[in-house]
Design a protein around this ligand. Sequence first.
Ligand SMILES: NC(=O)CC[C@H](N)C(=O)O
Length: 353
Amino acid sequence: MSDAYIALADGRVLEARARAPGRTRGELVFTTAYTGYEESLTDPSYAEQILTFSYPLIGNYGVRSERFESDSVRPNAAIARELTDDVAEWLAGEDVPAVDHVDTREIVTTVREEGAMACGIAAGPDATPEDAVAEMEACEPMSDHVDIGAQVSVTEPTVHEGGGDATVALLDCGAKGSIISSLTERGADVHVLPYDATPEDVADVDPDVLFVSNGPGDPENFVAAQTVVDEFAGDLPLAGICLGQQVITSALGGSTEKMAFGHRGVNQPVKDLRTDKVVMTTQNHGYTVDDTGPLEVTQVNVNDDTVEGLDSEELDVITRQYHPEANPGPHDSLGFFDEVLELARSAPSVAAD
Ligand SMILES: NC(=O)CC[C@H](N)C(=O)O
C-alpha cells in the first residue's frame, strides 16, 4: 500500500512513498541538476511549483544552511527517486511535503512532452488518490498568482554593505542570497527594496544602478517593478537576472511568453554572440523574452535559441536570463557582476549627477 499519491493534470495518479507528510498543489516542473538541492529548494523562484529532481539520489552530502539561498524552502513540494533522511527531515520540519520511490523518468518525460502542468500531492498515513486529485484540480495557473512577489520579497528596505564603491538598488522580486553577496563581494553596497517599491523609494537610495532580481511566476504580474524600470530607464543603468531580464524587457516595450516546460538545471549551454564562446550556465525559468523591444540580443541558448542576454549601450542596460551567480552550478559567468558594477561606476548619467 502506498502512502503518497501524485495527481497530474493529464489524469494520471502516480503512487509514491511519503517522506514528508502533507497535501499541496503547484505547477509541476523538473530540474536536471545533479547537485545543489539545498540551493534549489531555497530558491524563491520556485514558489508555487512542485519540484521534481531528475537526478535519482537527492541528499547524499547532507543539508547545510550555509548553502541556502533564502531563509525557507520555496517549492510547494519535492519529488525524487530517492530522498535521504537528512533531506526528508529538513522538508518535514518546514512542512513541505516530499515524496520518493516514484519513476521520476516518467514525470520528466511527461512534462517534456505535455509541458509544465497542474499537480497535486497527498502524502502521509491517511493520504488517498482522491486527495491528490482534489489538490490538482484546485491548482491555479501560474499567471493567476498575481501578487506572488509578496510571498518572497523583503517587506522593508535592508542594506548589505560591501565597501561603498557603488550603490545598487536591488528590487527584490524573490532574490537569491548569492546575487546580493556577488555584489557586496565586489565592493558594492546593496539596498534591497521590496518588489512593490515606488520610484520615490528608489530615488531615496540614490543608486548608481537599478538591479531587478530573479523571482517566481509570470513577469507580467510584476507591475510595480515595471513602473520603476520605466521611470528610471535612460537616467540610471539597469541590470537584471532571470525575472529581472523579463521585467526590464517588458517595461521597455518588449514582451515575454510562457515556455512549454522551461529550463531548470546547471548545464544549459549559452553562446555569446560577440565572442562566439559557449559557457555552461545555471538556469531556472519557465518564461522567456519573446520581443526584445529596444534591447539587443547578446547571448542565446544553444539548445533552443532563446534569448539569454540583452543589452543596450544607449540605455545602459545589461541583463541575463540565466543565473551568473551560480549556486548551484558553474561559476563561468560571475564576470557579469563585474560588468554591472563597471557600468554603474562609469555610466555618464551617473557621472553627470
Ligand atoms: N529564476 C527566475 O527569476 C524565474 C523567472 C520567471 N519566474 C520564470 O519562470 O521564467
